[in-house]
Design a protein around this ligand. Structure first.
Ligand code: PSU
Ligand code: MN
Length: 311
């Protein structure tokens, strides 16, 4: 499985996988399109450090030199964070950037697919793509959701960002058979805020319980992801009402400028970051770091469970 001509696994990650050591996958669109320089590179490096400090090996994923790369060097992370024409790569873009040898930063969907090619089961990120507001007209539903319905990699995020329609996204996840579990609270979080107008479909309070749920799901032959929502730490929370005004402005600006397709999510993120005087960026960084820690704890718990039971 790991031997694949289009896959290049960093030596450290490869030996971790082969020795049954916990590994946490990390995406790269967050570096290239999710945050400005230099915070993007600093965050990517500090997130890797946090994964290590919590007992797992980080595997940041991207497409470079015509191959899917699992585990990046500092230099490669710098490239993704500074080079202007890095592609945002979801599933449909993978054949193009690989065949054209264009540097690509992977979204949640593409990162999951590549992680699963190497047998990595746990992936930590900031926010996933979902059903956009107005999707009943635009049909804008992220490939992240369809990928989560079929690829068995658990995703830790800070819930669903309210640039999306949170209610429709939760409905879609239910339709696709994807369990949604919030870590330690009843409310489903909305990225910048610990709450949303929606209760979480499920709640579990620690890494062992979540690892047991993953283990049960996959042992049942129920392929696909589990969305683990990890609320932003309260010190960094921004009230939902404060964000809503900025989100409405961002959506209006996107409409006026006819932004759609793969450009929409990065446009909304950038607009909001620029109009909240960096406050949203700080929250974004804090929640990603928090998710990296949770991801490492979960990878450790899951590995322990897998070792003691035949999956
Ligand atoms: N939401 C965020 N930050 C991000 C993204 C989403 O808060 O960086 C990125 C992720 O890489 C996600 C992608 O997989 O955007 C979804 O894009 P789209 O909506 O075009 O599928
Ligand atoms: Mn889309």
């Amino acid at each position: 499985m790991i031997e694949h001509p289009l896959l290049n696994i960093h030596q450290e990650v490869l030996s971790a996988i082969e020795n049954g050591h916990p590994v946490v996958a990390l995406e790269s669109t967050i570096i290239s399109h999710g945050m400005p320089w230099p915070q993007n590179v600093d965050t990517a490096l500090s997130v890797e450090k946090i994964v290590r400090e919590n007992g797992a090996i980080p595997a940041t994923i991207a497409i470079l030199d015509g191959q899917c790369q699992i585990g990046l060097t500092t230099e490669q992370i710098n490239t993704l964070g500074t080079v202007k024409d890095v592609w945002k790569v979801s599933l449909r873009d993978m054949p193009f950037v690989i065949s054209q040898r264009i540097p690509g930063a992977t979204t949640v969907a593409a990162t999951m697919r590549i992680a699963s090619m190497a047998g990595i089961k746990i992936f930590a990120t900031g926010g996933i793509g979902g059903v956009h507001r107005g999707a009943e007209h635009s049909m804008d539903i992220s490939t992240d959701l369809t990928e989560m319905s079929q690829t068995s990699v658990a995703v830790i995020s800070a819930g669903v960002k309210s640039i999306l329609d949170i209610g429709l996204t939760l409905e879609y996840l239910e339709t696709m058979g994807i369990p949604v579990v919030t870590w330690g609270q009843d409310a489903f979080p909305s990225f910048y805020s610990r709450e949303s107008n929606f209760p979480s479909p499920l709640r579990l309070n620690n890494a062992d319980a979540i690892a047991a749920l993953l283990h049960a799901k996959w042992r049942l032959g129920l392929n696909g992801s589990v969305l683990i929502a990890n609320p932003v730490p309260s010190d960094w929370e921004i009230p939902a009402e404060t964000m809503e005004a900025h989100i409405l402005d961002a959506i209006k600006a996107a409409d006026l400028n006819r932004v759609s397709g793969k450009e929409l999510t990065p446009y909304l993120l950038k607009y909001i970051s620029e109009h909240t005087r960096g406050e949203s960026l700080e929250a974004n960084i804090a929640l990603i770091r928090h998710n990296a820690k949770a991801g490492a704890e979960l990878a450790v718990a899951f590995q322990r469970l897998s070792r003691n039971a035949s999956i």
